[in-house]
Design a protein around this ligand. Structure first.
Ligand code: MC0
Length: 154
């Protein structure tokens, strides 16, 4: 049996919008904006040194597949990081979108077979204990795209 994806059916295993990543210069000011304007509150904050970001996750709603939908606010921790470069070039705004999946490696392979460059050979550590890969924005209509497998629930 061929392992080629069926072009007429779902092959990527993507099930939801996991988060929208927003680049900001001042994480605390950005958190305050989303709290006072919309009432969204921070569920989780962490520093990811590999990615060069300090980040906050603001939960919008839960889903039934083990994940949820978030806004992810991203402040760079160093000037050579992807988010710092993005801010220099574009200013604050939407940096990437992220789709949820139950199997990030399989989803990345499926999307990669369609000719999209997968930027991470192996899934990396993402926020809230997730596993993540990025897809090249130039192959995704100008949108930096992330695939996310949520951490196992305890
Ligand atoms: C860069 N480009 C983008 C973009 N960043 N286009 C749309 N959205 C973005 N966010 C475009 C540039 O405008 C440029 O276009 C071209 O891509 C090359 O950009 P560059 O910055 O000069 O070049 P590279 O190759 O050094 O970097 C781009 C690349 C990189 C996307 C490969 O930023 C990357 O690997 N990003 C993935 C990791 C990441 O972003 N981490 C931060 C979030 P022109 O037309 O001028 O050629 S970490 C995160 O989100 C975590 C922790 C989590 O979710 O849990």
């Amino acid at each position: 049996m061929s392992s080629a994806p069926d072009p007429s059916g779902p092959f990527s295993g993507l099930t939801r919008l996991d988060h929208v990543g927003i680049a900001c210069r001042d994480l605390d000011a950005s958190i305050a904006f989303y709290r006072t304007t919309y009432g969204f509150v921070v569920e989780h904050e962490e520093v990811n040194e590999e990615q060069g970001v300090r980040e906050a996750m603001l939960r919008i709603n839960g889903t039934d597949d083990g994940g949820a939908t978030y806004l992810q606010l991203l402040e760079p921790t160093r000037p050579d990081s992807p988010v710092a470069k993005f801010l220099d070039r574009n200013g604050e705004g939407v940096h990437h979108i992220a789709f949820g999946t139950g199997d990030v490696a399989a989803s990345a392979a499926g999307v990669g077979e369609r000719g999209v460059r997968v930027l991470d050979k192996e899934p990396r550590h993402g926020t809230l204990g997730s596993s993540i890969v990025f897809l090249h924005p130039k192959d995704c209509g100008g949108v930096l795209t992330e695939l996310v497998q949520a951490a196992e629930r305890p």
